[in-house]
Design a binder for this molecule. Structure first.
Ligand code: SAM
Length: 236
């Protein structure tokens, strides 16, 4: 009997967003592959999951995939989790999943949070068609090229961005796209959750002159007819 690979989504901030089934599956497997074992241990301890952890991050995904596949082929059941949210979404996972599919290994997905879906829903922008672009490119030139390529995009566009680069990215957006309406969803499900819906220049002013912290999702819809210029702050 070959084993099953369970792909398990975990919270993006609020530990309570873990599903019953996720906990049940994590308690049932032989081992758990996770990005940062120390980080995941906080969540696993919270739910009294005591299973061997195997470190599985971007740079080690290619090297460790054959070993995980071989353990699955030998009948062990494995779970794949990432530091936060859904594995494979701007996180390691798809190579292992693809390899498992090629080898006829059964895969089950335990759905749960993902920052892009949470931000899309919170944004108030059209949700019927959207495009997820992953992380913004780091260099200014590459940011410009990417944004130029999206000038005629009709779908809602979603990017991930880091706190160190958010201001720079907003400045490039203003330069390439003009003073368009944008939505910034920060620290979703966490204590300092904040959704800012405003023009790029206003968002730049909002985040300027203070220490910018947290995790960010940037969204815009250049074809949206009605965009409300509103800022909303939710402190839980
Ligand atoms: N796998 C995750 C998912 O399903 O959303 C994404 C992992 S990616 C390495 C981390 C990025 O996701 C962060 O830099 C940020 O852009 C976004 N992110 C994760 N958690 C978030 C949160 N609570 N609020 C806003 N953005 C978040």
């Amino acid at each position: 009997m070959i084993g099953t690979l369970y792909v398990v989504a975990t919270p993006i901030g609020n530990l309570k967003d873990m599903s019953f089934r996720a906990v049940e599956v994590l308690k049932s497997v032989d081992f758990i592959a996770c990005e940062d074992t120390r980080h995941s241990k906080i969540l696993l301890d919270h739910y009294a999951v005591q299973k061997p952890l195997l470190s599985f991050f971007d740079a080690s995904e290619k090297r460790k995939t054959p070993m995980i596949i071989s353990r699955l082929q030998n009948g062990e059941n494995a779970a794949l989790i990432s530091d936060a949210g859904t594995p494979g979404i701007a996180d390691p996972g798809y190579r292992l999943i693809n390899e498992a599919i090629q080898r006829g290994i059964h895969i089950e997905f335990i759905p749960g949070p993902s920052a892009l879906i949470a931000a899309l829903v919170l944004s108030g922008l059209p949700t019927d068609r959207f495009v997820f672009e992953g992380f913004f490119p780091i260099k200014s030139g590459q940011k410009k090229t990417k944004l130029e390529s999206l000038k005629d995009e009709e779908r809602t566009v979603i990017f991930y961005e880091s706190p160190h680069r958010i201001l720079k990215t907003l400045l490039v957006m203003q330069e390439v796209l003009g003073d368009v309406p944008v939505v910034i969803a920060r620290e979703i499900t966490k204590k300092f959750e904040e959704v800012v819906r405003a023009r790029v220049s206003e968002v730049i002013a909002h985040f300027s002159g203070k220490r910018v912290l947290g995790e960010f999702v940037v969204l815009f819809n250049l074809k949206s007819l009605k965009t409300e210029d509103r800022k909303q702050k939710t402190v839980q």
